[in-house]
Design a protein around this ligand. Structure first.
Ligand code: ARG
Ligand code: GLU
Length: 763
């Protein structure tokens, strides 16, 4: 081997084996002291581990909540004021929206507490403490057990551990046990859930969703993606169901907000509840994602989106009806494209293969490890090969039948009425009927256009037929079209289904719902679309599901072993557990990037950039007149940055879905931004984080304050907050509960200026 090749190999090896690059990792707060504190302080953090996570005193974690179980939010005042994303509160905002009070279009701000709007079903969940329970959970588990035996021991242990933690726990606190590192460790979370969470305010969509789908996942970005809620508690400050008598919650900690902004190189930390990542997959799995599964899903969604887009462009009514559905389908369509391209651009598979080579080299020097782990990579290769047609079929079935042909779901839910009557009689039937009508059918028909869906149906069924790995999967179609293998008129098939089914027409659906239960169920059973959907489901469940599950269970078991192996074979590497919707933090720096040759993206955007994209009347790029007016007058108050209004910034923080609404926190523990997205080129960070292009996107805290104060005139909320100037007076003392007096009703300008202008000596 010549010298230069040796050198390159050494560099690649060192690059991989040195501690993870700044930015990568979704860490557990209670392990911060052991794993990250030094690193973070070297990067500029002035806090101690105790300031961030402590069980005994208030700490940053006490200001962070899991919002509705799908997003993150943070407490930003002593009166339980919550900040999260507009797109996280979208459902609630939409539910309060009527033609007269169009909060989506015009925004909404409660000017008094009694105007704040309740949201049944929405919750805010705090984490009280996190503990490692690997030992009791894995007691009695041995290496020679198969996965079933192992699981049954773990299930039994879980009951014991859970009971122990649940002892003496009040009803509003819960115990949640989750596996980490693919089942090699277990942690328990004791949580406290508040169910009275009210909507305080939201900007109009033309700010909160500015740029919509065109700009989604894109940097440079100019979206003010935020909304505010408030946690209410009972008289004892403890969780209580919604009541008029409830009071704003007094938190253990609320985040002060920095007025000093960010610049390239500043330390940032993002705290929240990331949903799911897959950082430790073998190369064979990543290859399958990039070469087979992503293209399948992208292709199906692209076909559906093109058809919907064609109709949306022709008819403004359709545009309104389909905007939200289109956004939902387009969101991950766009993400998967970015993910595949990012893996390619950074040679993600090549890097995994290089690492696997090193893994094998090390195993060869250690017979004991080789004995345990030597077969793993080969096993993966085989298993991923075996599962491939089943995994692809699963994606086809899910994308075609479950997601993108709208009426399939409507027909499928009809099945629940059949079972309700069969299992629970007429009473069960009418309960289920009401639930489905209120919870699904009413809004489904409000936004449903059968002529669009029919065209999508014809196109997607053809794709399914042409590409599904097993012929039998489409036999119900063949039967209907009277063909055997291939061929067939899909347009005619869709037309036949849509014209004969009652599910495609609201008036006919309503008639069926008005019938007595027995007749209605007979109608559903005899409906051609219901029958077709059921047949497609049955063949899928017969051909694909059992095999998919069998291989997938084997892969999970190997993945657990592989995770264990990686930690043993690379002891010098700090490894973080994959995201699993539990509380994590990630840290990095404000940092631009190079998306392609010769182009550099700076890390901060300004209102000037939003103005440059402004398209009057456009549903994505229209802007409110008041905002334009403020821009023209440069009326930014104390929120400007050298005369300009910053909107968004990016950093190297490692985030994923679920981190929406997460706070971006500075070196001193103050809020500087609100996480809401990632830059497209780096969306492969879920599989393979690469510091060169992986960036999270945050709204600048100053833009949020500016919109609340100057645009919406909701300055009473600003008085509630604790605004600080850490850069003007950077004292490295930890944050303590802000002692801001309640200034309700005392809105003198002077008072406000005094409070926010003077540097807070505590920060
Ligand atoms: N890409 C962001 C996140 O997953 C924002 C999605 C909402 N916005 C939209 N235009 N669809 O999930
Ligand atoms: N918008 C995403 C969310 O809802 C966050 C962006 C991401 O996936 O990083 O959670």
């Amino acid at each position: 081997m010549n010298k230069s090749i040796k050198l390159i190999k050494l560099v690649v090896f060192l690059l991989f084996t040195q501690s993870l690059t700044a930015g990568e990792g979704m860490w557990l707060p209670q392990l911060l002291q052991a794993l990250n504190e030094g690193d973070m302080q070297t990067m500029g953090m002035k806090l101690s581990a105790e300031d961030i996570y402590s069980v005994n005193k208030s700490s940053l974690k006490d200001a962070i909540v899991h919002f509705g179980g799908f997003c993150t939010a943070e407490v930003i005042s002593n009166e339980g004021l919550l900040l999260t994303n507009h797109h996280c509160g979208y459902g609630q905002i939409q539910s309060h929206t009527t033609l007269e009070n169009n909060y989506l279009k015009d925004g909404f701000w409660a000017m008094k507490k009694n105007e704040e709007l309740p949201n049944p079903g929405l919750f805010a969940r705090f984490i009280l403490r996190i503990e490692d329970i690997s030992e009791p959970m894995l007691a009695g588990v041995t290496d020679d057990m198969n996965s079933k035996e192992r699981q049954s021991v773990i299930d039994k242990n879980m009951e014991v551990v859970k009971a122990k933690y649940e002892q003496d726990l009040p009803a509003f606190d819960d115990v949640m046990i989750r596996p980490f590192y693919h089942g090699n460790q277990y942690f328990v979370f004791v949580t406290r859930t508040f169910n009275d969470v009210r909507l305080v305010g939201t900007p109009p969509e033309s700010i909160g969703k500015y740029g919509s789908d065109t700009d989604n996942w894109v940097w440079p970005r100019h979206t003010g993606d935020f909304a505010m809620f408030r946690i209410y508690a009972g008289p004892d400050n403890l969780p209580a169901e919604y009541s008029n008598d409830n009071k704003p919650y007094t938190p253990k900690h609320s985040l002060p907000i920095s007025l000093d902004g960010v610049e390239e190189g500043d330390f940032t930390m993002v705290f929240g509840f990331p949903g799911r990542t897959n950082q430790y997959l073998p190369a064979s799995a990543v290859k399958q994602t990039v070469e087979v599964l992503n293209p399948t899903k992208i292709g199906i969604r692209e076909t559906a989106l093109n058809i919907i887009d064609k109709f949306m462009r022709k008819d403004p009514q359709v545009k309104i009806q389909y905007a939200s559905k289109f956004a939902r389908v387009a969101n991950y369509w766009k993400k998967w494209i970015g993910e595949s391209q990012g893996i390619e651009a950074t040679d993600g598979i090549g890097k995994k293969l290089e690492m696997e080579k090193e893994f094998l080299t090390r195993l060869n020097k250690n017979p004991a490890q080789k004995e345990k782990y030597g077969a793993l990579l080969g096993d993966f290769e085989k298993l991923y090969n075996d599962i491939e047609p089943y995994a692809a079929s699963r994606d086809y079935y899910n994308e075609v039948i479950s997601r993108n042909i709208e009426v399939m779901r409507a027909a499928g839910l009809g099945g629940r009425l059949i079972t309700a009557l069969e299992n629970n009689g007429e009473k069960g039937y009418s309960n289920m009927k009401q639930r489905l009508i209120d919870g699904y059918y009413t809004s489904f028909y409000k936004n449903y256009r059968p002529e669009i869906d029919q065209e999508v149906c014809a196109a997607l069924l053809k794709m399914y037929k042409d590409n599904a790995p097993f012929k039998g999967l489409t036999s119900p179609m063949d039967k209907m079209m009277g063909v055997r293998d291939g061929g067939g008129d899909y347009t005619a098939l869709a037309k036949k289904l849509y014209s004969t089914s009652f599910f495609t027409k609201q008036a006919e659906f309503d008639k069926v719902m008005a019938m007595n239960p027995k007749d209605a169920v007979a109608k559903i059973k005899g409906d051609p679309l219901y029958a077709f959907m059921s047949d497609m489901k049955a063949v899928y469940e017969d051909i694909v599901e059992p095999k998919y599950k069998e291989y997938n269970d084997q892969i999970s078991e190997k993945q657990r072993l592989y995770m264990k192996a990686l930690m043993e074979v690379f002891p010098e590497k700090r490894m973080y557990p994959d995201a699993n919707s539990t509380m994590r933090f990630t840290y990095g720096k404000v940092n631009g990037y190079t998306p392609r040759d010769a182009v550099y993206y700076r890390p901060v955007t300004y209102l000037d950039g939003a103005m440059a994209k402004y398209k009057p009347g456009d549903y994505e790029f229209d802007m409110p007149a008041k905002l334009i007016d403020l821009y023209n007058k440069k009326d930014y108050g104390q929120y400007a940055d050298n005369g300009k209004m910053p909107i968004c910034f990016i950093g190297t923080n490692h985030t994923t879905g679920g981190n929406s609404g997460s706070p971006a926190i500075d070196a001193h523990g103050n809020l500087i931004g609100l996480n809401f997205d990632r830059a497209w080129e780096g969306t492969m960070s879920d599989i393979n984080y690469d510091p060169s292009i992986c960036r999270n996107i945050m709204v600048d805290a100053r833009y949020i304050l500016f919109i609340v104060d100057k645009f919406a005139g909701a300055s009473h909320l600003i008085y509630e907050m604790n605004l600080v100037n850490p850069k003007r007076m950077p004292a490295p003392t930890p944050p303590i509960i802000s002692k801001t007096p309640i200034t309700k009703g005392k809105k003198s300008k002077k008072k406000k200026k005094m409070k926010v202008k003077g540097p807070n000596p505590k920060m």
